[in-house]
Design a protein around this ligand. Sequence first.
Ligand code: ZN
Length: 276
Amino acid sequence: MIPPPRDFSRLCLHTMTTRPWTFAEAVRRYAGAGIKGITVWRSAFADCSPAAAGELVRSHGLSVASLCRGGFFPADSADGRARAIDDNRRCIDEAAELGAPQVVLVCGSAPGLSLEESRVQIAGGIAAVLPHAAAAGVRLAIEPLHPMYAADRSAINTMGQARAICSQLKSPWVGIAVDVYHTWWDDRLEEEIRASGREGTLFAFHISDWRTPTTDLLEDRGVMGEGCIPIRRIRGWVEESGFSGFNEVEIFSRRLWATDQARYLEDIKSAYLAHA
Ligand code: ZN
């Protein structure tokens, strides 16, 4: 087992983790807490332009790990698919203006389509925006989602399915965001992470924990150590495979959003050293 993180130099927080805070407050609080990375949810741009958001982040000594999120490519009409492609091009432009190296893709799934057809449309959608991403210098990170979201959020549910798209598109601009919440159950996870490392497609690493029982499919994630995910073990596979980027804490939790966020941030830091 690899040792615990030595410090907070690779700790990154996803802004949705502290949802009650405005974007500006999150930046200020994260910087004040000695955190080095931030992943930005697109809702931040309701208050300020992507360029201004990037300025704010950098002036506080933080780096942007990712912009969340693009994707949602499958649709049951050509019109719907074209709209998704347009929106992803806009998202790529926003990432470039923000100074984000990559966009995380929640790939999508249309309930009226088979999963196979959704996957074909996902690969087609990514291929369609790939030249735009390469020109903007923004990478696209496919995030496999837990199969409980297969009907409506993503038909990409395993690292294997994400790797298949990477191999099909063969571009240095397309890789994978490994999220322990979505992938921990997969008995092929270790070999898939190692294969992805060899292929150079490990772009991002997200952490949180799986609570039992889970009371909400979207908003009941736990802080590291509150659940059953072997986070440090998985981080070991990711790092042994060559990944040296941020460990991004991404917790969607109505329970935790209702608590004092400053104290919660300190709890996240302690849990990070103890369990990540
Ligand atoms: Zn994630």
